[in-house]
Design a binder for this molecule. Sequence first.
Ligand SMILES: Nc1ncnc2c1ncn2[C@@H]1O[C@H](COP(=O)(O)OP(=O)(O)OP(=O)(O)O)[C@@H](O)[C@H]1O
Ligand SMILES: [Mg+2]
Length: 280
Amino acid sequence: MGIPLEPASAIPERRHGEEDEFRTLTKEMDARRRGEGALEGVKRVVAVHSGKGGVGKTFLAVNVAYALAERGFEVGILDADVDCPNVPKFLGMRERLYVDERKRFVPVRHRGVKVVSMGLTRDDEGEPFLIRGPAKHRVAIDLLMGSDWGALDFLLVDLPPGTADVPMSLFEFGDVEGILYVTTPQKEALIDTRKSIRMGRTFALAQIGLVENMSGPIFGRDRALALAQDEGIPYLGSIPLDERILSMNERGDIAFTDVSLEPVAAPIVDAVARPRETGR
Ligand SMILES: Nc1ncnc2c1ncn2[C@@H]1O[C@H](COP(=O)(O)OP(=O)(O)OP(=O)(O)O)[C@@H](O)[C@H]1O
Ligand SMILES: [Mg+2]
């Protein structure tokens, strides 16, 4: 016979203590940053999320950002994946972030879009960044609040997967207005994405909609439609699993600006750009 598991509520006092300490530290830091005008010029913070890894969050965040920039908006991208930052890889960037005299990160301008990523702070071609717990949250929040974004219409936040850690901290403290969800059609991805949709609801953030990525004969098609309907959020269509998309991603090109993807990209970009009542 096995040993019964403790109910979650009975698990570690100490963990709750650490959580409280993190909240206090973060709130203090947040208040200080706000006092210094962090995010003052940023009109809308939009996060791209999924409970599941590898479904196309970074692909979508980067592509929506550049599509918005093409429409004339002033746009930034925060790569909130602290230990495995992929945004610079998708953009073929090798520049370095630097810090100004007020100790703020100066975003790197890449084809008109302002980018902040841990991948721009170090040689990121294989050396692991070993970091855990509150330190990781602090880095993510510091990259958001401690960067000199200037005036932005949109700040796209590329999140790591899951319903804990960094996504949770940014939803709580990051002035996020709305969330764009992405899933692939596989069963596990749909299950984990449902969790992230419900997480977004818990934090009362605007639910921009759900995109199905990597659709086609291999993983299936329009299986995310039922999930969107079931959760009562807009379904924004499907993007095919396509080797041309992969090679554009790997070359640092923006697939959404390719005319053949225009019909797929437009409803997604429209949904992000649409004015919402639930502002910050
Ligand atoms: N529609 C597509 N067709 C072909 N390849 C794609 C498509 N969408 C994404 N990819 C590729 O799939 C891989 C995973 O995408 P991506 O890195 O954006 O996922 P992610 O959700 O951000 O992953 P992680 O959870 O690790 O952050 C990348 O190699 C990307 O170029
Ligand atoms: Mg990613």
